[in-house]
Design a protein around this ligand. Sequence first.
Ligand code: UD2
Length: 313
Amino acid sequence: MALYLITGIGGFIGSSLARELLRRGEQVRGIDNFSTGRRENLAQILGQIDCREIDILDLEAVKSACAGVDFVLHQAAIPSVPKSVLDPIASNRANVDGTVNVLVAARDAKVKRVVYAASSSAYGDTPTLPKHEGMTPDPISPYAVAKLASERYMISFYRCYGLETVALRYFNIFGPRQDPSSPYSGVLAKFITLMLKGKQPTMFGDGEQSRDFTYIDNAVEANLLACKAPAVQVAGKVFNVATGRRVTLNETFKLLQELTSYSGTATYGEERGGDIKHSMADISLAEKHLGYKPKVNFEDGLRRTVEWYRSET
Ligand code: UD2
């Protein structure tokens, strides 16, 4: 049994990691400042985890949380492109300064490995598809820059201090418990909850933008594989975590009409600042070195997610 520290445990990805680790008989400690993370996400497992209200900007507190830890899964962040465009200082503080604190604390506590929630936004709007890890990053939004900077810090801590780190570039992770309530929420959580209530969703732009939407179980699996893969294959490296397919928002809306029984239309508005048009991953590196294979495809993931939100309303 190993002890895992999840930063951002109240978030939808952090809490999903916690549930799977517990299911596998592992020990879980978690930290969150509960600014965007939610205690309800942890309601069923609170008795089984060591959950601490800690901000990753508080280095001493993060150091105490790292004591005795084997693996750190660093998910804590302010995860939004438009939010970062509005407030780049807050984005940088949480997404870069916070990461450096986590790395320093993990290094000093002699943690075995740190796995980081990096982002596909690092690729920017370059026309080449699929995106592969060998491409030169070209981040657009402050959020994307911060996520890329943290990814580089991961690599730096491996090179300078020998701390094993793995950066997983998440491609639009979605699934149950993703918060739909903020204007900055992920598009699928927003669209599903609106459409289940018979309300009209808004596409920013023409709806022809595409994403490699990746169901949460795939991201969870990638994290756990990244903890266990041989260091020689993964330490100090970056991997795409995705499905290798893309769908447009217009196509997704049609699927959601069937799944939610929403008979109305979508409305179309201004394109969003800092947005990118198309995103799709080459996942062959993760397949080769992590043994990663997407377990749940987009359609099944969407179905499960709609069912979950339906059961919550
Ligand atoms: C980026 C990253 C993603 C993750 C995420 C964290 C890319 C390709 N992906 O997601 O991996 O790090 O940031 O937040 O950079 N949209 C609408 N209507 C809405 C809401 C969104 O049309 O009500 C559009 C939005 O303009 C965008 C698409 O839907 O074109 C996806 O937006 P999102 O905020 O769900 O995720 P995205 O792609 O910024």
